[in-house]
Design a protein around this ligand. Structure first.
Ligand code: ADP
Ligand code: MG
Length: 733
């Protein structure tokens, strides 16, 4: 092993001189945009007018594409793909494994004995049948039909990677259960569209016919040299370092953040941006992040379904481009202990087809009341369903990050800025029932009317809040960097949809039964909502211990671990919400909960195994090897020197020999205990209880092993140490 470490290190100086590193941007980036996408523009060129209108209706209104039109679209899509050199097509989908999946089929179809054509028709476009049995399905497989099919999602454009035409698709079982991330997301987006459109139409603007949820994600990641990556079995098998002493120079100086980007990384970024442009992913910003070798990338926001697809696609592309530049990309939420982890901030808002952002105030009182309505309803939704939101971002990896003073705590709260908070406090004082003309004027001019000014000067930011209002959108900052954005976005849009439905019916009731005017009824309901959700609003430091104490007083849950968070997820209220909105039935939802628990257990199980192996097979032998050298040295000294002098000269070495033995034995017993606990957990049935055992009895046993190993790292001769060190992983470029 130590030779692997040194071989890897020896390769590094040559990395920057490789010719294939340099990247030239061939044309203006804007000219590359959507080059490999079956975009609206391409469709206009390739489709008949009839087919073009039909697919645009499918995209914008969710109408079904008739079969004969699907045939036409398929033929045009194939012609376009062949013109780009494609030979195969695949339904591209997002099963619950967390990565993307594809099964390639060739366009090539032989006929007669010696002739062939490229064939692709409507039914091939609409449906494909991968074998569902090896994707996680949380027991649905056992109860229902094993096989599933993928079906074309026309609302996300097809694209070409290499020589394959990729068709974004949903993945469902033959009995109709959803087996992927996209299907529930599409349903949640539909639900929020319907609910928000109704609210807009009834109270603010009857011209609104569609509301789109928008998402702009920010993706954080680490880049590690491939050779160094390969030298660390823990990184290879678990995505994070299970051992490793902190480097002398960490991120204390904050000199990496927004510093200049290293040349080699810049080449990677340039090539990545070219690939993103071709695929229509509108990336616009890149910079260094807080930790050494950590970076971030963000696009222009898009419609949520497309943005989610683009994020999944991007993660795939990033890994490939990184390899070309001899980097391995780490999306793990916490690859290095003591170094900031990575997140994926999800910026979210709602936009109307009349071109308005519903979370942005407008020029007149009506628009401002519209803003307030959507703003307060979003807060109310988060307060009602905070545990569901927490569960949507729960994973073994994200547990390392949430609440570790670098990411929001596991307590769901909302930050809105002190000035907006002041506005809400004013609104709490609104009279119950009918409002006097004076009160209405006062509200319009001095309370609601002030909002645009407040937001113009919205410099108030709080990076410690999981859910922060940032002027014209909310930023859900607790999402993990390796997560698929679909799940948190499904939850957020679903709970807002449900909340807007409730709001509409409550306002209508006041109008009908209490004879209130629209705006009076709205003010009355909003006042109550503000009172009911004030407990989740928090403007202070989310990292502080005081907040955990304060949150407890307010009755907010602090679900620190995945099993705790997932236990809350099966609340009948949440199942009722999903069933009411038609997003999941209870079987599907329970299955997903089961999959997440099982995944959690598997992650910890693998980590336990890898840690035990490394500790026993790499760390202990290295320590004993060095200890033997010390023993030889001591023996030698004893031969040469007289007793008294020997005692003085050998004192340090003897102390080290004892220390090494102490740590070796701590590792040995630590590993024995870990493996014993792991076996006990493993033999249990998968589910809540098993996940809890992994969390509370297996995982804590990692610490003693790591502590002893990290201590040995400081004692053993560097030349004998088998594991590539943090300073080498993090500070070489
Ligand atoms: P910062 O938060 O660093 O000040 P910005 O406010 O420009 O940066 O936006 C950060 C992210 O928010 C970007 O990815 C951007 O696309 C996204 N964003 C901006 N407006 C919206 C919106 N209306 N809906 C969803 N995301 C948005
Ligand atoms: Mg941000």
């Amino acid at each position: 092993m130590s030779t692997l470490r040194f071989k890897a290190l020896a390769e590094l100086p040559f990395r920057n001189y490789r010719k294939d590193n340099a990247v030239d941007v061939p044309k203006k980036l804007s000219e590359l945009f959507c080059e490999n996408v079956f975009s609206e523009e391409t469709m206009r060129n390739y489709l008949t007018k009839e087919a073009f209108t039909s697919i645009q209706d499918a995209i914008k209104r969710g109408t079904k594409t008739p079969r004969n039109i699907a045939d036409q679209i398929a033929v045009s899509m194939k012609d376009w793909a062949l013109s780009k050199g494609a030979t195969h097509y695949t339904h591209w989908f997002q099963p619950l494994t967390g990565t993307t999946a594809e099964k390639h089929d060739s366009f090539f179809t032989p006929f007669e004995s010696d002739r062939a054509i490229e064939r692709f028709n409507g039914s091939m476009l609409i449906q494909q049948e991968p074998d569902a049995s090896s994707f996680p399905n949380g027991g649905i497989r056992n109860t229902f039909e094993a096989r599933g099919y993928t079906a074309w999602d026309p609302t996300s454009p097809a694209f070409i990677i290499g020589t394959t035409l990729c068709i974004p698709s949903i993945f469902i079982s033959y009995t109709g259960e959803t087996l992927d991330y996209k299907t529930p997301l599409l349903r949640a987006l539909q639900a929020v569209d319907v609910a928000a459109t109704e609210v807009c139409k009834a109270y603010f603007d009857k011209n609104v016919t569609k509301v789109t949820a928008t998402l702009g994600w920010e993706q954080e990641y680490f880049l590690i040299d491939t050779a160094l990556y390969q030298s660390r079995p823990d990184l290879v098998f678990t995505g994070r370092t299970l051992l490793g002493h902190a480097p002398a120079k960490g991120q204390q100086l904050d000199d990496h953040y927004f510093g200049s980007i290293p040349t080699r990384v810049m080449n990677f970024m340039k090539e990545l941006e070219i690939e993103c442009m071709k695929l229509g992913i509108p990336v616009t910003t890149r910079h260094n992040e807080v930790a050494p070798n950590q970076f971030e990338l963000a696009p222009m926001f898009e419609e949520t379904n497309v943005a989610v697809d683009h994020n999944s696609l991007l993660m795939d592309i990033m890994a490939r481009v990184a390899h070309k530049h001899h980097f391995h990309i780490l999306f793990h939420e916490k690859p290095f202990k003591g170094v900031n982890g990575s997140g994926k901030h999800n910026n979210w808002s709602l936009a109307t087809d009349t071109g308005e952002n519903l979370l942005s105030p407008g020029k007149n009182p009506k628009k401002n009341l519209q803003f307030l309505t959507f703003f307060v309803n979003s807060l109310k939704a988060v307060s009602e369903y905070s545990d569901l939101l927490r569960a949507s971002i729960a994973s073994a990896n994200n547990d390392h990050r949430l609440g570790a003073n670098e990411a929001p705590p596991a307590i769901i709260s909302a930050f809105i800025g002190s000035q907006l908070y002041g506005v809400l406090e004013e609104l709490e004082k609104v009279t119950d029932g009918k409002l006097s003309p004076e009160e209405k004027t006062e509200l319009k001019l001095n309370v609601v009317g002030k909002i645009p000014e407040i937001l113009l000067d919205n410099t108030d930011r709080n990076r410690t809040s999981p859910f922060a209002f940032t002027g014209n959108k909310f930023e859900f900052r607790a999402v993990g960097s390796s997560a698929n954005c679909a799940e948190p976005m499904t939850v957020l849009n679903a709970i807002v949809a449900k909340q807007l439905k409730t709001f509409k019916s409550e306002v209508d009731q006041l109008i009908d039964n209490k004879n209130l005017k629209k705006d009076e009824a709205i003010f009355n309901i909003l006042r109550e909502y503000i009172k009911e959700c004030k407990h989740i609003m928090f403007e202070g430091d989310g990292y502080s211990e005081d907040w955990a104490i304060e949150a407890k007083k307010r009755g907010l849950n602090n679900l620190r671990t995945t099993p705790e968070a997932l236990k809350q997820e099966l609340d009948p209220r949440f199942i009722a919400l999903y069933e009411e909105l038609g997003i999941y039935n209870h079987r599907e939802f329970e299955a997903r909960n089961e999959i997440k628990l099982e995944k959690y257990a598997t992650v910890i199980d693998i980590e336990a195994k890898v840690l035990s192996d490394i500790a026993r097979n790499h760390i202990i032998p290295a320590a004993l090897n060095y200890q033997n050298r010390l023993i030889d040295n001591v023996k030698g000294l004893k031969e040469i020197f007289k007793d008294e002098e020997f005692q003085v000269l050998a004192n340090e070495q003897m102390e080290l020999i004892r220390e090494i033995s102490k740590n070796v034995s701590q590792i040995k017993t630590g590993v024995d205990e870990l493996l014993e606990a792991k076996e006990r957990a493993r033999s249990m049935n998968a589910g809540q209880q098993q996940a809890e055992i992994y969390c509370n009895e297996v995982k804590p046993k990692f610490d003693r092993i790591r502590e002893a190993s990290d201590a040995l790292e400081m004692m053993v001769d560097d030349e004998l140490w088998p594991m590539t060190k943090y300073r080498e992983l993090l500070f070489t470029r």
